[in-house]
Design a protein around this ligand. Structure first.
Ligand SMILES: Nc1ncnc2c1ncn2[C@@H]1O[C@H](COP(=O)(O)OP(=O)(O)O)[C@@H](O)[C@H]1O
Ligand SMILES: [Mg+2]
Length: 361
């Protein structure tokens, strides 16, 4: 009885970032009532002092009004991640809440670097994260994660499934774990697409909040096939400030638009080099990411400097996002991870509202 009443009250309190109630969002993570003492754990889109204070005030005042007999002994907040509701995604990967393609038109702009660091930073925020190296022509995830092993195999019913390798709190799968001589395989479009399908369907991912795809460069047929193979929540486009890279990034945006995948954000990489005295040099030009963001009305998620630690982290298999949170670059990836969680939550809430708009005739 009390339990029902508690849920009823929570169904009337809105999570401050998304403006939807905790029950609808599936953000009621724990209720434990011991006599008059209530311990409550709720999901929230962003954990910062201001938002936690607002949420705490709202919850305590509602309970004081509607259930004055109980005492909220402990009110905890954990990261709340909503699910992208999509029928195709649900049938292919039921335990996976959201899928994100990290893409760009060009190679060498830092997609893999960003995919790896974003995955690690999301895991540090408390999300369950997986990463698929979809760049089966030039897999870089094994090196960037410092993994030199083969994934295990397990039986699920009759079927043999691969067990993803796990590091820095991220489950990863790459063709690089499976083939000895990378030059031996010449992939054609359909083969690439079926290899990717296996990484989705024949791997034990369990439950994931985010599955990231480190995409191969380009916007040709293969990329298009891949984008259609994976039921994507959204794309994140990586570009450098240079015109030539931006031109390709625009093509990337248009390609995803053609297959109805929204671009959630743009990340500008190699934005500047910071001298020891704090002054900045704009080696590849300035403000390109910002201009593209305005042109397409897509959020600029971040501007990442050209930084030796980022390159070294990639080569040594220890992503900078894993490093100490006081460092500037680690902080940038942390900010991007927080924004990613918020933007995707907002997108999912909007989607489910749109889907709820059924017009009956
Ligand atoms: N912001 C950065 N600062 C320094 N080096 C970087 C940065 N971003 C990427 N790199 C380096 O540039 C190279 C290419 O990056 P990579 O992520 O493999 O690009 P892509 O996946 O787009 O081909 C790698 O050696 C990587 O370590
Ligand atoms: Mg790459």
């Amino acid at each position: 009885m009390s339990q029902e009443k508690i849920i009823e009250i929570l169904s009337n309190i809105k999570e401050p970032v998304l403006g939807k109630d905790y029950v609808t969002l599936d953000f009621v993570k724990g209720i434990s009532l011991n006599g008059k003492n209530l311990t409550l754990t709720l999901g929230i889109t962003e954990i910062n002092d201001e938002i936690i204070k607002k949420a705490t005030d709202e919850v305590t005042s509602e309970f004081r009004k509607k259930m004055p007999e109980i005492n909220i002994k402990d009110l905890k907040f954990t990261i709340g991640i909503t699910e992208h509701t999509d029928a195709k995604k649900k049938s292919i990967m039921p335990g996976i809440k959201n899928t994100i393609a990290i893409a760009s038109g060009k190679g060498g702009v830092g997609k893999s670097t960003i995919a790896v660091n974003l995955a690690v930073a999301l895991a540090k925020e408390g999300a369950k994260v997986g990463l698929i190296d979809a760049d089966i022509y030039g897999p870089s995830i094994p090196l960037m994660f410092g993994i030199n092993k083969k994934p295990g195999v397990t039986k699920v019913g009759e079927k043999s499934m691969l067990v993803p390798l796990e590091r820095y709190g991220v489950k990863v799968m790459s063709i690089g774990f499976l083939i000895e001589d990378k030059s031996a395989v010449v992939w054609r479009g359909p083969m690439a697409s079926s290899a990717l399908k296996q990484f989705i369907g024949d791997v034990v991912w369990d439950e994931l909040d985010y599955l990231l795809f480190d995409m191969p460069p380009g916007t040709g047929d293969i990329q298009l096939t891949l984008s259609q193979t994976i039921p994507l929540t959204c794309a994140v486009i990586v570009t450098t400030p240079q015109d030539i890279s931006l031109a390709d990034a625009r093509k990337g945006y248009v390609m995803f638009e053609r297959v109805n995948v929204p671009t959630m954000g743009i990340i500008e990489n190699m934005s500047y080099y910071q001298n020891p005295d704090g002054s900045r040099e704009y080696i590849f030009g300035k403000g390109g990411g910002q201009r593209m963001s305005e042109e397409f009305n897509v959020k600029l998620l971040g501007e990442i400097p050209l930084n030796m630690k980022i390159r070294e982290g990639g080569d040594q298999g220890i992503p900078v996002a894993e490093g100490d949170s006081g460092s500037e670059v680690t902080g940038i990836f942390k900010r991007i991870a927080k924004d990613t969680i918020r933007e995707i939550n907002l997108m999912n809430v909007k989607n489910s509202e749109d889907q709820g708009l059924v017009i009956e005739i």
